[in-house]
Design a protein. Structure first.
Length: 562
């Protein structure tokens, strides 16, 4: 369902994905013949007159000015999900049903004749990319209903403009859903939902990139699920309905007074940041000879006392730590990030007898590296670092442990971070976080292979998560008291805010299930340089050693030197 052949770029991508799939086809276009194309913009004098003559529009003058300034400052046409795209070329040859809907306020209804035409097309699904709020028999004109995106968390933000009020109210995250429409506004069956980071405190353009682009694959994902498993399975995995918790029953454009209040708060915060001259800085901390684990997920208790922070060279930070034992020695692998070069390389320390003065280089490729996941298999030692800057997931083998590594194979090509591996009953499981380029939208996918270097297959349960609170890895999976746990990063509000620990309840080549058992937050981390932590995003252990990393707000001179 479209208003005109010019539709937002994100929906053009969805249509293209459907046409490239091997399980769905676009067989009919339902077009709103009352709609005007986005390109039919009124002349400037007419727009000014319309604005000045409307009290409602005048009440939102600051919002209108803000949007223009934000676009001038942040706009990128390659990333804009709402940029009009003419779809005439790839909709050519597809039958069209032309509709003149009956309009009552914001509601569109179809005539009996139009509904008869739609039913005659024998559609499985109608996808709504246009029209207003739909009511009436059109909602049942396709076998599995009318599917529609809602850009905003339907449990907290109903109305418009999407992702503006999340920013103004300081929400740490924003949502997007795909729902099957019903007569009840915002009361449809939610078949897919994502939670995304609010990327900016000041830019609406930046804030909408993640949820718009991050959710655009929902439709193809659920069509594939419908094709492979049927509608009962699709309904069974629907998101449970929750009570609406928004501060407003229905959001609308911010009034001038609301905009002034928000801008004042931004100004005060900005002045405070300039006066403080501080920056967020990651620190790695090690605990030796631990009598018991820092984390006790079975009881939900934890104890991070006794961790000692390592000192990185001026202008650098150590993060993403992993431990590995070999021949009675314990080695600590880390990302060594150089602020001046804006790049991370990988370093290693032998921490068996204490922390040495300096870490030693172990892998540098000329592009950013982090998350050095080190493990043993088949008599060899392997590493899968994060190498998203190179656009690949690469497997390295230790040629001369721990300092020299050779690339054995590119396991996967694409924008992937924090790949974490687990082997069970002859199957290799690769937990990989996909990032939408140019945004902070993340989704956790599970892949399987028959061997460490085998071809990856998408696990039937993928994606495991579309939630910024648990879609990135926070260290290796580990067994404790016979139970497997998956550490995940909570990046809502700020990158690496906390660690969420999940119990893996089921892991087979065809099924996956997990349950949240505990969270480790910045309040649990020991203080450093008199400061409380503002985030923690990695945990690992080997033998009696444990390691974490945490970030602190420190004076710029202390971090960079000088």
């Amino acid at each position: 369902m479209i208003d005109t052949p010019e539709i937002p770029a994100v929906f053009a991508r969805v249509i293209s994905d459907i046409q490239r799939s091997d399980f769905a086809d676009v067989v009919c276009v339902i077009r709103n013949m009352d709609a005007k194309p986005p390109s039919s913009i009124q002349s400037l004098p007419r727009r000014v007159w319309k604005f000045l003559s409307s009290p409602k529009l005048r009440q939102a003058i600051l919002y209108a000015v803000y949007v223009k300034l934000d676009e001038w400052r942040s706009y990128d046409p390659q990333l804009d999900p709402l940029k009009p795209v003419d779809c005439s070329s790839f909709l050519r040859g597809i039958p069209q049903i032309s509709v003149f809907p009956a309009t009552s306020g914001p509601v569109h209804r179809f005539s009996e004749a139009d509904i008869a035409q739609v039913k005659a097309a024998d559609l499985d699904v109608i996808v709504r990319f246009g029209f207003n709020i739909l009511k009436g028999d059109i909602l049942g004109a396709a076998r599995y209903g009318v599917w529609s995106y809602h850009h905003g968390d339907n449990d907290l933000y109903r109305g418009s403009p999407p992702y503006m009020w999340e920013m103004m109210e300081g929400s740490p995250r924003c949502g997007a859903v795909l729902q099957i429409l019903t007569e009840t506004l915002d009361g449809g069956l939610v078949i897919a939902k994502g939670q995304y980071a609010c990327e900016s405190a000041v830019s609406l353009f930046r804030n909408r990139l993640g949820p718009f682009w991050g959710s655009c694959y929902f439709l193809v994902w659920k069509l594939r699920e419908l094709h492979e498993k049927g509608f009962p399975a699709l309904r069974a995995t629907a998101v449970p309905r929750a009570d609406y918790g928004g501060r407003k029953a229905l959001y609308s454009k911010s009034g001038n007074r609301e905009m002034l209040g928000w801008m004042w708060r931004l100004l005060v915060r900005k002045l405070g940041q300039k006066r403080a001259r501080r920056m967020l800085h990651w620190q790695t901390a090690l605990r030796r000879n631990a009598v018991s684990s820092a984390l006790h997920p079975a009881s939900g208790s934890l104890d991070l006392s006794g961790f000692q922070f390592l000192k990185a060279p001026a202008g650098h930070f150590y993060a993403d730590p992993f431990l590995f034992e070999r021949d009675g020695r314990t080695f600590l692998f880390m990302e060594d990030y150089d602020y001046a070069a804006a790049r991370g390389d990988l370093v290693v320390m032998d921490v068996t007898d204490g922390v040495p003065e300096q870490a030693e280089p172990c892998l540098a490729t000329g592009s950013h590296l982090s998350y050095p996941f080190v493990f043993a298999h088949g008599g060899e030692i392997w590493m899968i670092p994060e190498s998203m800057a190179a656009g690949e997931v690469a497997l390295y083998r230790a040629e001369a442990f721990p300092h020299r590594w050779v690339k054995e194979k590119v396991l996967f090509s694409g924008p992937v971070v924090d790949t974490t591996v687990w082997q069970k009953d002859g199957t290799w499981y690769f937990f990989a976080t996909l990032i939408v380029p140019g945004t902070e939208a993340v989704s956790l996918h599970l892949f399987t292979a028959d061997s460490l270097t085998g071809d990856w297959r998408l696990h039937p349960a993928s994606p495991l998560s579309n939630d910024v609170r648990d879609a990135r890895g926070a260290g290796r999976l580990f067994m404790q008291d016979g139970v497997l746990y998956r550490p995940a990063q909570d990046c809502s509000g700020t990158y690496g805010r906390a660690i969420r620990l999940f119990r893996v309840d089921e892991l087979t080549p065809s099924t996956y299930a997990e349950s949240l058992v505990m969270e480790v937050g910045p309040q649990d981390v020991p203080r450093f340089a008199g400061c409380g932590a503002e985030g923690i995003h990695t945990y690992d252990r080997a033998g009696t050693f444990e390691v974490i990393d945490a970030k602190f707000s420190l004076p710029v001179t202390e971090v960079l030197g000088g």
